[in-house]
Design a protein around this ligand. Sequence first.
Ligand code: TYD
Ligand code: MG
Length: 452
Amino acid sequence: MARLKINYTCQSCGYISAKWLGRCPECESWNSLVEEAALPCAAPPVYRHGKPQAINEIALPGTARLPTGIGEFDRVLGGGLVEGSLLLLGGDPGIGKSTLLLDVGMKFSQKGKKVLYVSGEESAAQTKMRAQRLGRAADSLWIMTETDIDGILAQAEAAAPSLLVIDSIQTMYSAQLPTAAGSVGQIRECTGKLLRFAKEKNVAVAIIGHVTKDGAIAGPRLLEHMVDVVLQFEGERVYAFRVLRALKNRFGTTSETGIFSMEEHGLAEIVNPAGLFLKDRATGGAPGSAICACMEGTRPVLVEVQALAAPTPYGMPRRTSVGFDYNRVNMLLAVLEKRLGFEFGVQDAYVNVVGGFKVNEPAADLAVAAALVSSLRNQPLDARALLIGEMGLTGEIRRVSHVARRIKEAASLGFERFIVPSGGDSRELRAKYGGIVAASTLREALREIGIG
Ligand code: TYD
Ligand code: MG
């Protein structure tokens, strides 16, 4: 028998080399090349023997939207699952991926659709126990424990479900490859087969994928371009708050997010997240606390930024930041020091966004800066003031998007003063809401809130 040809495949990006290399030339990760048998791809590509067609003559197949019954999930997808599409759900272990897709399966089956949930991680009984926590299952929800992809596809073909869930792609293997489940070759092969199944049988397929240390969806980046939709489930395990984001969506936008709370009985949808993080807030208005409104997809979420400035006992001042970019904290401190003369050089500074929310937009700069100054001065800010604005290096406040939407939510939650960047629509806002203060510099904003 002819000897099997051996290739070396990068487990992080899928790069293939004929010889072993210490460092992948593609993604530059070290020690990631693993020996794999070079076999002809068992799953032929989905689209073959193509011919050009005039665009107006192309017949559309029944690519109907299938709302799952979980509003926040459908919102991220742009209305629901699409027939014949392949979806990848990524996230840290334990974040709730299995819970989410089992819940999707349950709600979907309650609409009379047949769902096949295949787990390679948990027994059928364990999955049933989980399902019982989530609610009452319909008869059209089918559970299977299996890791052989060919066996799964044979069963799925016979069962003809509307939705096939694979939990998780790292546990699946194809007997045609000699490598272990979870290797790049196996993941690519199994995904290729699932892709073909989805397209040929016009079934929606959802795959769960674990995320590696550095946040990429399990090793193979290559999965991301094979699938139609990539969703990412995020959150801190110690908090109940979870966000579902679309990183890629061939059928809709990637700007919407779904917001959930992990409760005892599964994931609760949070349709209006604006006041979610202010529930446990001390009303007294302590020094070092400021409120900003951040956009989560198209919805504003009000978050409390806390800062603590304390004299450095010895040596270099310490800075830490949780939920807000560390480098931005340093930048804001430098602006406060150099442009406004606050002496942070001899202060340790800590910034924390309450409740496990991760701020990823500069619109929170003004709130962070105000919280830092408030702590340094030991003066509380007005507890009903909302601060919105990006900080520039010269101490100017820069405009941000969706100011009106942010103010609307805050006003409905009882906020009365709104410190916003000057210019833009600040005049129209002033006509609509009382308490609008348009500031063009940080110094002006701080003076307005009484700590300048
Ligand atoms: P799981 O869906 O198993 O995570 P993943 O598939 O992403 O690894 O969820 C794990 C966590 O969710 C687990 O630590 C317990 C918690 N959980 C609840 O809080 N409530 C529930 O109803 C369920 C099913 C899980
Ligand atoms: Mg799981």
